[in-house]
Structures are given as structure tokens and as C-alpha cells.
Design a protein around this ligand. Structure first.
Ligand SMILES: [Zn+2]
Length: 365
């Protein structure tokens, strides 16, 4: 316990405030906040080859200067718990007492939300967490992300990207520690992930010099030198108070860790480290994807530990005749499993993550 507290204190020292934005007003899109006030407005994506879009944004410009932190959710517009969490976060931050500036975008992918279409923007079929840095003359997703890169990512010192289990994902909460092999940036990100406070953390290694490293929001922020937190809670279209509280409290903890508020932080709980993307010491998550259309029935659940080749579900045709068993590809923890019977080719059926004793050294993927 003592060891945990000491290392946490050390990590907090590593995120000592690195920026002092002294602008009297702070603008994002149509929202301009004077010091000590909160302003609300929109990022306006004009129509071009397809329809335009207004993305709602809140700017909380603290009475005193400090770093700029951006919170974004709803790149996947049906990951509802994360969207509701950022709505609620706005009123939990008092601009008169804040040091620095907080920018909050609760819902990036408005068309996904309105159409209840998971994973992609139904206007152009693109993923809104996969085409950064965007393109100002591209389709709606590309134009929107070009604006997000310019107005949200570039002016920020820290970026927090919230997700959760989508309509078809039965997910347990976790966060990601994205590492690019730059020691100061990686330790600042780790400190914020620890402060956020979710008890399961994926270790994801990124090579910031790789051509595709900046395709996601976290990757785009990482290649631009920002400390990054990605956290997920919520599942299957349900908004539970517990999942929303994990994300709201985690976000407030980040502001406390950055000394932007006076929020007291508790020492980190015991962390379960999970192998994510990249190499992470040779241990990474494994997904099973459907090879055909049909019906999936889960027999295991989120947060269950499984062994390699253990059955986690089965598939049937539309008359209920069994067409196959789905088995875990590795020993590990089910971080999410398909939460609905609908199954199409390449649909993810399960994600199993290896449990790591400790985060291994960064290795270029
Ligand atoms: Zn998502």
C-alpha cells in the first residue's frame, strides 16, 4: 500500500502544470468564454459534397491561467454513457475556481446518435475515430475531424477521449495508457490514467513516427506531443448511474491531478494491467471476428477470465441450428463480448486481453 501511494505521488509530480495560457478570452467555434465564465456554442462544419454538421461545445475558461484540457465523447454516437457523462461534467466545473481552460465536446458523431447507428457516421460510412487529422475538403467525417484537429487538439495540452461499449458491445470499464516511447509524455499520460482511476488499464504502444499513428483522436494527440487519456465505460445502449459516475469522477480527477481544481485525489486502487495494441512485451489483445452472417449467442460475459480454447459462445442459423462454437484465442480477461445476436462478416464477437504482471518497457510496434 505504501509503495502504491509513493509511486502515485511521484507520478503526480510528473504532471506539474506545463502550460500557462494567459488569454483573457478563449474561443472554440462560436463559443467565446471570458475568464471565470462558461460559454456554449458550436463547431460549424459547412455543407460541401454532403451535409453540414454542428457539433456542440462548451468552453470553461478558468478565472486563473493554467493548462488547456479537452474532453471529447461520442465519436461513436451510441456509446451513450460517455456522452451523458460529458454533458454532466460541464456543470460540475466552476469557472470561477478553475485554473486553466476546459473544452468539452460531448457528442462528435451527431448523425450516429440520431440514427442510432453504431461505429460509423451514417452520412459517409466513415469511422469518426479513424480518419484524423481529417480533410477540410473531404466528406462530413473528414471535414469535422479537420475542425476538431484545428480547434480542439492543437490548442490543448491534454486530451481525454471517452468511449464505452457500443450498442452491440457488453463491455467492462477500462482505460488505455497510450505510449509513444517519449519518456516525459508517456509518464504524464500514465499519471493522468492513474488519476482517472479505472482499475483496469490497457497498455497500448504506438510508434509516433509511423504514417498511421495519428488516425485516432488519441493517436493524433499523441503524435502532437499531448498527454492522452482514453477511458471507456457503458455498454449495450444502457446509461447506468455507475458507469456515468466512473467517467465524470475520472474526468474531475484528471483536473485535480493537473492542479486545475482543488479536488483531493485518492491513491490509485490496485491496477490490473492489460495487453492492448502494439507489442507490449509480446502480449496483446486478441479479437474473434465472425466469418459469416448469422446469430451469435454468448455463453461467457464481460469481465470473465477465460483460458485459451475455452468456449465463450456459439453461432446458429436463423432456425437455431448450431453452426459453430466460438472459443477464446488466448488466456485472459473478456474486456467485451458481443451483446446482441446480430452477426455479420467481420463483426467482433469477443475481445480477450492478456493480464500483465506489470507494464513492460515500450517497444516500437
Ligand atoms: Zn468508441
Amino acid at each position: 500500500m505504501r509503495r502504491a501511494v509513493l509511486s502515485f505521488a511521484f507520478l503526480l509530480a510528473a504532471v506539474s502544470v506545463r502550460a500557462q495560457d494567459t488569454r483573457p478570452t478563449f474561443s472554440v467555434g462560436t463559443a467565446t468564454a471570458a475568464r471565470g465564465t462558461t460559454a456554449m456554442g458550436s463547431l460549424v462544419v459547412p455543407a460541401a459534397s454532403d451535409s453540414g454538421l454542428r457539433i456542440a461545445v462548451a468552453v470553461i475558461h478558468g478565472a486563473r491561467p493554467g493548462p488547456v484540457v479537452a474532453f471529447v465523447a461520442g465519436a461513436h454516437g451510441t456509446e451513450y454513457a460517455s456522452i451523458i457523462a460529458l454533458q454532466r461534467l460541464i456543470s460540475r466545473i466552476d469557472a470561477r475556481r478553475l485554473r486553466g481552460t476546459v473544452v468539452i465536446v460531448p457528442l462528435l458523431n451527431v448523425a450516429s446518435f440520431l440514427a442510432m447507428k453504431p461505429h460509423v457516421n451514417p452520412v459517409d460510412g466513415k469511422g469518426m475515430n479513424g480518419v484524423y487529422p481529417g480533410d477540410s475538403v473531404g466528406t462530413q467525417s473528414q471535414r469535422a475531424l479537420a475542425l476538431i484537429t484545428r480547434e480542439i487538439v492543437i490548442p490543448s495540452d491534454y486530451v481525454v477521449d471517452l468511449h464505452g461499449g457500443d450498442l452491440d458491445e457488453n463491455l467492462r470499464p477500462y482505460s488505455y495508457w497510450f505510449r509513444g516511447g517519449r519518456a516525459a509524455q508517456d509518464s504524464a499520460s500514465r499519471a493522468l490514467v492513474m488519476a482517472f482511476g479505472l482499475d483496469h488499464v490497457f497498455v497500448n504502444d504506438v510508434n509516433p513516427d509511423a504514417p498511421n499513428a495519428g488516425r485516432s483522436l488519441s493517436g493524433q494527440a499523441l503524435v502532437r506531443g499531448k498527454a492522452v487519456v482514453v477511458a471507456e465505460a457503458g455498454r449495450s445502449g444502457i446509461v447506468t448511474p455507475e458507469d456515468v459516475a466512473l467517467l465524470v469522477n475520472g474526468s474531475l480527477n484528471v483536473l485535480g491531478a493537473l492542479k486545475m481544481t482543488d479536488r483531493l485525489l485518492h491513491a490509485a486502487r490496485r491496477t490490473t494491467w492489460l495487453g492492448g495494441g502494439g507489442r507490449a512485451g509480446g502480449n496483446w489483445s486478441a479479437r474473434v471476428a465472425a466469418d459469416s452472417a448469422g446469430v451469435f449467442i454468448a455463453t461467457a460475459t464481460r469481465d470473465q477470465r477465460v483460458r485459451k480454447n475455452e468456449t465463450i459462445g456459439y453461432t446458429t442459423d436463423y432456425l437455431g441450428r448450431r453452426t459453430g462454437d466460438i472459443r477464446s484465442p488466448i488466456n485472459g480477461l473478456i474486456t467485451f463480448i458481443r451483446g446482441v445476436p446480430s452477426m455479420w462478416p467481420k463483426a467482433t464477437l469477443v475481445n480477450v486481453a492478456p493480464i500483465l504482471a506489470a507494464p513492460p518497457a515500450w517497444v516500437a510496434p
